[in-house]
Design a protein around this ligand. Structure first.
Ligand SMILES: NC(=O)c1ccc[n+]([C@@H]2O[C@H](COP(=O)([O-])OP(=O)(O)OC[C@H]3O[C@@H](n4cnc5c(N)ncnc54)[C@H](OP(=O)(O)O)[C@@H]3O)[C@@H](O)[C@H]2O)c1
Length: 333
């Protein structure tokens, strides 16, 4: 089958379109004919080598974290899916590889594709949808009447996060540049700050939750807009010791993680607020909940561009500009 692989780590390295062996289907796996994949900054960061310490993929390997497609084969112990099902997924770490024609995925990481979405739209959802679910529902326990600040409301994560936070009954503040103000308002944002003109720290106060996706300076400012006991959940780092436990890191990596997050944890403690890092994980049941929200019209996909499979490198370069409005998708079939 055809696949885009990382042959060598590096910022300037391009993925190579290569013929590789078809995936092995284990007992609890389903084999999926891939119709669409979506691009995430995680793909670029992995190719650059920035994740080697946490996810030490050995080159060559196929890149890609989001998939929508049709089940073509099921393992002997698969109980939830059958051949012909339309599914979508964020395959687990070490099982990635959606920039390809086929992928085998553990059934526990898969959900039925929302019936009202095209394959391209469905592929845009899993990684960002699960990230937001795990941040706002699982970690923050965001409740009706609370105030949440979602940074970069016009990005892949932000467009989903605004919609889910509104559904949960929160008041939503977000940042974006002038060109995307109408977009984030149409998704339900209550307070929109043009980050090129205004400083959110001077506008927002007594927030319950912040979803941080930007740099360290923004993270530090975010601590200061929280009410006592408020929570900042950062998806852009720094990773913390709890994350080390989650991934069963060795003692050396645990020390590094403790060191990397020491400064921000200390600042949070001094302010009486909570800091935690989130690295999203594959989760089929949560994705099924997301399917229900999409089918009932609560959440709609926001897509910027669709690239043909041959232009996977161009799709990644587009996402790397940091200007995408919503998601960027690759169409394989
Ligand atoms: N830890 C995890 O599990 C996890 C999961 C998903 C994503 N992430 C990380 O979260 C970050 C965001 O991901 P994403 O997929 O949402 O990115 P994205 O879609 O590429 O974000 C692009 C958007 O960000 C906006 N933006 C850029 N700089 C901004 C700033 N300073 N303030 C406000 N908005 C700004 C841009 O709007 P303008 O053009 O208007 O500036 C654009 O619409 C990335 O670092 C990604 O790696 C982590």
């Amino acid at each position: 089958m055809k696949a885009f692989i990382v042959n060598r780590y590096g910022k300037k390295e391009k993925l190579q379109l290569t013929e590789i062996a078809e995936p092995v289907v284990k007992e609890t796996d389903i084999l999926v004919q891939i119709y669409s994949a979506s691009v995430n900054l995680l793909d670029s960061k992995i190719r650059n080598g920035e994740f080697k310490l946490i996810l030490p993929y050995k080159a060559p390997f196929t890149l890609g974290h989001d998939v929508a497609g049709i089940v073509t084969e099921v393992g002997t112990k698969v109980s939830k899916f059958k051949v012909g099902d339309e599914i979508y997924a964020r395959p687990a770490d070490y099982r990635i590889g959606t920039f390809a024609e086929l992928i085998s995925i553990n059934e526990k990481d898969v959900a039925l594709k929302p019936k009202n979405l095209s394959m391209a739209e469905a592929a845009s959802i899993p990684l960002v949808g699960l990230t937001v679910w795990q941040a706002l529902v699982e970690k923050a326990n965001l409740k009706k009447g609370q105030k949440v600040f979602i940074q970069a409301g016009s990005g892949g994560v932000g467009t989903f996060a605004i919609q889910l936070a509104k559904h949960l009954g929160a008041t939503v503040a977000t940042t974006t540049s002038a060109a995307n103000i109408d977009l984030v308002k149409s998704l339900g944002a209550d307070i929109v700050i043009d980050y090129k003109k205004d400083d959110f720290e001077t506008i927002l106060k007594d927030y319950d939750v912040v979803l941080n996706s930007q740099d360290v300076k923004t993270l530090e400012k975010s601590l200061r807009i929280l009410k006592p006991g408020g929570k900042v959940i950062s998806i852009s780092g720094p990773p913390d010791p709890a994350f080390g436990q989650e991934i069963n890191a060795n003692w050396f990596l645990k020390i590094i993680l403790k060191f990397l997050s020491a400064g921000i944890r200390k600042k949070a403690k001094r302010l009486g607020v909570n800091f935690s890092f989130l690295f999203m994980r594959a989760q089929g049941e949560q994705l099924s909940e997301i399917t229900r929200l999409i089918e009932s019209g609560v959440i709609k996909p926001v897509m910027d561009k669709v690239f043909p499979f041959e232009q996977t490198n161009e799709a990644m370069a587009y996402v790397e500009t940091g200007r995408a409005r919503g998601k960027v998708v690759i169409k394989i079939i």
